[in-house]
Design a protein. Structure first.
Length: 266
């Protein structure tokens, strides 16, 4: 498996510094948070896109994916959601990134079957566009669809190879799902896996990998046992927890922790 980290852990950091962190600490790639607060987002122009792609390529670091904020199950008109997804796909194509992340985004009180149908219809519509630009859309296990079983209801209805899943290990755990259950649900669709650690279900402040309660050992063991060879991406949510320790000083120990888990499960 290859290792990456998300720029959610280093909010606003310039691209050259992000690349330098990846090189210094031995990561293979980076997930870019594609939000206007960040240096890379759908609003940047062709020259900036080319420069970003070149900076990563020059150092041999891959852009794993773009973490976007389109909410495909959110009530309302389809077109604003589809426009956001297409803009994200275009940016990923220009940067050479294979994946884009979308959220489910269903609202409290929304009937699950309505949320599922909205998400499936929009993802199905966006899938052909994704195929045209050579990028894959990943539905994250998050918010209204926190478990693999929840995501599977949508992905099974879409049935398109350009629409897959992003397994966020915190949300599936909070949803009461065991790693083997999540893998069984998502394995036909799995793009990559976001790892992290937290103190408890009631305190989701980010911790160094291995210092909390999330079943990272079990997740890596399940993936290894099934021969999965994709990406593990550390999503350290510094953006939402200002008091959390800075990510850069944790990147080296975090990579070593993941490498140990991979060696132990081999």
């Amino acid at each position: 498996m290859k290792l990456a980290f998300s720029t959610l852990g280093v909010p606003g950091l310039p691209v050259p510094d992000v690349v330098r962190l990846a090189v210094t600490h031995g990561y293979h790639g980076v997930e870019l948070r594609a939000h206007p607060e960040e240096p890379v987002h759908p609003g940047i122009g062709p020259d900036e896109r080319s420069q970003v792609a070149a900076e990563f390529k020059a150092q041999g670091i891959e852009i794993l994916g773009l973490a976007g904020y389109a909410r495909v199950a959110e009530p309302g008109a389809d077109e604003p959601v589809l426009t956001a997804v297409r803009d994200l796909l275009d940016l990923a194509h220009d940067l050479g990134a294979p994946f884009v992340r979308v959220f489910p985004g269903g609202r409290p009180g929304q009937p699950p079957e309505e949320a599922d149908a909205l998400a499936a219809r929009r993802l199905g519509t966006a899938a052909d566009y994704a195929a045209g630009v050579g990028v894959r859309i990943l539905l994250e296990t998050h918010d209204s669809h926190p478990t693999g079983a929840d995501a599977l209801r949508v992905l099974g209805a879409v049935g398109h190879r350009r629409v897959g899943s992003l397994w966020d290990v915190m949300h599936t755990w909070l949803g009461g799902e065991q790693p083997q259950e999540t893998y069984a649900a998502l394995s036909p669709y799995l793009g990559y896996v976001q790892v992290k650690d937290i103190a408890s279900a009631d305190d989701t402040t980010p911790l160094p990998l291995g210092a909390g309660v999330l079943p990272l050992t079990e997740c890596v063991e399940v993936l290894s046992r099934h021969g999965w060879e994709g990406w593990l991406c550390w999503e350290y949510e510094k953006r939402w927890y200002e008091a959390a320790p800075p990510l850069p000083e944790l990147l080296g120990p975090g990579r070593e922790h993941l490498a140990r888990l991979l060696n132990e499960s081999a």
